[in-house]
Design a protein around this ligand. Structure first.
Ligand code: NAD
Ligand code: DAU
Length: 337
């Protein structure tokens, strides 16, 4: 693979993937297609060598633009999406447009031009799981778990997965799908849980925990997501779905208490706020297929160390997030969060 198109490559996970590819794949040129919505930021990639990537600012729903870009592409890695559950509850419309119509536009172009396609999806398509029992036993999602999404965000992601599956079967699209758990790391928008609390603490605002904080997320460092996606792109079997996760289950209260500890604050120095409607209780990934079939393993498994590094990134890049902080918090205040 010499030329890849990365949609959403100026967002959080997409930009980390672009950094990963530039660092580890010296022969690959990356074309980033990104609309630069509120969640995209050119600065996420502009420090990279100019001969290794270019940014095309545009919409994945623009069929003509997508067709042209795919003329010279060996593969598309499709990250672009509206990605935040809370926003999808306030206004589902851009989620339907980008996640469904955008994915449709890309796979139509990819199948016509015979371009390899990798679709980035989420564990949220499977709905949620009960909490683990007192002995720590509990189910995890696998690639055969039935789809059961809860929110406008996750249902449009589920729909996009189904489009890709149908295009593989009916049109021979050369596609793979990955469903990953919650990512953390640098460049994550401050509307999301971990960066919101980190930037709250830096700004002297108490962290905000939805509901009672018992909801569990299965955290993975975004660099591990990138290495898994590259592995699937190169070695994954066409038509297959691979679940990506690093055995990082934590409930939200534990995460807040860890952040408070790392900031030298008292463990109870947070506010309980209004819960998210339809809030998924627990996610957990069984990534054994990816590990045994493709030999992938995560590297960044020390959560506390990863969080410390992430805190340092936000401390060192205040000019990246500060201009948005007041607006993000004002929006949350409207919903009592
Ligand atoms: P993000 O919101 O940080 O970034 C999304 C990017 O897509 C932004 O750069 C934005 O400008 C771009 N974009 C949005 N609409 C577009 C359009 N119509 N055309 C072109 N570009 C557009 O999202 P993220 O958290 O980095 O998530 C990236 C992908 O990974 C998404 O598909 C998401 O569903 C998936 N995912 C995210 C997580 C997570 O923990 N954040 C976990 C699993 C899967
Ligand atoms: O599981 C993968 C998904 O993870 C991705 O598909 C999504 O794109 C990504 O946004 C993320 O979804 P979540 O809804 O799990 O992430 P979020 O960061 O919004 O919230 C994580 C948990 O923290 C969730 O249980 C809600 C809670 N939360 C969130 C915020 C913003 C709080 O308790 N307080 C907050 O201020």
């Amino acid at each position: 693979m010499r030329n890849i198109v990365v949609t959403g490559g100026a967002g959080f996970i997409g930009s980390n993937f672009v950094h990963y590819v530039v660092k580890t794949q010296p022969d690959v040129f990356v074309t980033v297609l990104d609309k630069l919505t509120y969640a995209g930021n050119e600065r996420n990639i502009d420090g990279l060598p100019k001969d290794r990537y270019k940014l095309v600012v545009g919409d994945i729903c623009d069929a003509k633009l997508v067709d042209n870009l795919l003329d010279n592409a060996d593969a598309v890695v499709h990250y672009a999406a509206e990605s935040h559950n809370d926003n999808s509850l306030n206004d589902p419309s851009p989620f339907v447009q980008t996640n469904l119509i955008g994915t449709y536009t890309l796979i139509e172009a990819a199948r016509k031009k015979g371009v390899r396609f990798h679709h980035i999806s989420t564990d949220e398509v499977y709905g949620d799981l009960p909490l683990r029992d007192v002995d720590g036993n509990g189910e995890s999602f696998t690639d055969t778990t039935p789809y059961n999404p809860s929110s406008p965000y996750s249902s449009t992601k589920a729909g996009s997965d189904l489009l890709v599956r149908a295009w593989v079967r009916s049109f021979g699209l050369k596609a793979t799908i990955s469903n990953c758990s919650n990512n953390y790391g640098p460049y994550q928008h401050i509307e999301k849980f971990i960066p919101r609390q980190i930037t709250n603490l830096i700004s002297g605002i108490r962290p905000k925990l939805y509901g009672s904080g018992e909801n569990v997320r299965d955290w993975i460092h975004t660099n591990d997501h990138s290495s898994a996606v590259w592995k699937i792109l190169e070695e994954g079997r066409i038509g297959e779905t691979y679940l990506i996760g690093a055995d990082g289950e934590k409930n939200n209260k534990e995460v807040i208490k860890l952040l408070l500890k790392l900031f030298g604050k008292s463990p109870d120095d947070f506010d309980l706020v209004v819960d998210r409607p339809g809030h998924d209780l627990r996610y957990a990934i069984d990534s054994s297929k990816l590990r045994t079939e493709l030999g992938w393993t995560p590297e960044f498994t020390d959560f506390e160390k990863g969080i410390e590094e992430t805190i340092n990134w936000y401390k060192g890049n205040k000019d990246w997030w500060k201009p948005q902080k007041a607006e993000v918090e004002a929006k949350y205040a409207l919903s009592g969060q």
